[in-house]
Design a protein around this ligand. Sequence first.
Ligand code: MTE
Length: 301
Amino acid sequence: MKKIKFSEITPEKIYLKRRDFIKKLGLSTSSLMVGQNFLNGAKASTQNLELTEYRYISTYNNYYEFGTRKSDPVEKSQNFKTSPWSLTIDGEVKKKITLTVDEIKNSFPIEERIYRLRCVEGWSMIIPWMGFSLSKLLEKASPNSKAKFVEFTSVYDPEQMPGQRYPILQWPYKEGLRIDEAMHPLTTMVTGLYGKELPNQNGAPLRLIVPWKYGFKSAKAIVNIKFVERMPTSSWMRASPREYGFYSNVNPRVDHPRWSQASERVIGSGILSERIPTAIFNGYGEEVANLYSGMDLKKNF
Ligand code: MTE
């Protein structure tokens, strides 16, 4: 009889079995909208959609507040305090609001969304996020007619975040979106992954996912969302404006000044680390290309 090694029974294998089971029963659960969202993901990307294992998603991270090595976030964020936590939405709004994470989690149905995360460095993972469309949350604050962009600010806490004691980037981490990008249904407020709470290293308790943009647009540990009139300057734009633009849509035809963006390494695909061609808008062109019609994507990188 073949013995199963303990290491083969990964949480995600159990998780996938459970998903299969739910699918076979034809159940549509409101908390885990597995079937529907899996199909959305499949439609959105024609490429291989095999989920990246949890152990890679939670140990190979970019989170410069905890250091610049891939292993720093998992090693240094475990005692980071994510509760109490609140998020303020202000700026050009009719009604400034502050909500706790629990209020947010209880206000919107949390669903599973499988999206490819494509890092600007040239690697990608397929991640089963848990979250809801950011638009739902933004609508609560009713932006006024001056609001044209949205600025996201991550937490500033150098006592807990050793990376913030060094000027690696301008702290706190800032990102931005045009208002129509922020309101797009694919733009997701993330509260978990693999059906679990979001690990600290992945941006707990609240992080953004903008599936058609390079990963750095997806700010972690967000404390403020501000509606603004002018295009915000993100931390990466400030650090290197020639290399990191405001839009940062995934585009295999627009290279980074120091490397090609034509292909990507799929994390966890074995020692050979398979490379696949990168898809325009990370495979979500059908949903989002219309946001950029008539725009020169080389100029607006
Ligand atoms: N958010 C903050 N606050 N700080 C960061 O350093 N890194 C970004 C993004 N969000 C980053 C951040 C980058 S470069 C990427 S690729 C993704 O987070 C990585 O997300 P992951 O570690 O969950 O895969």
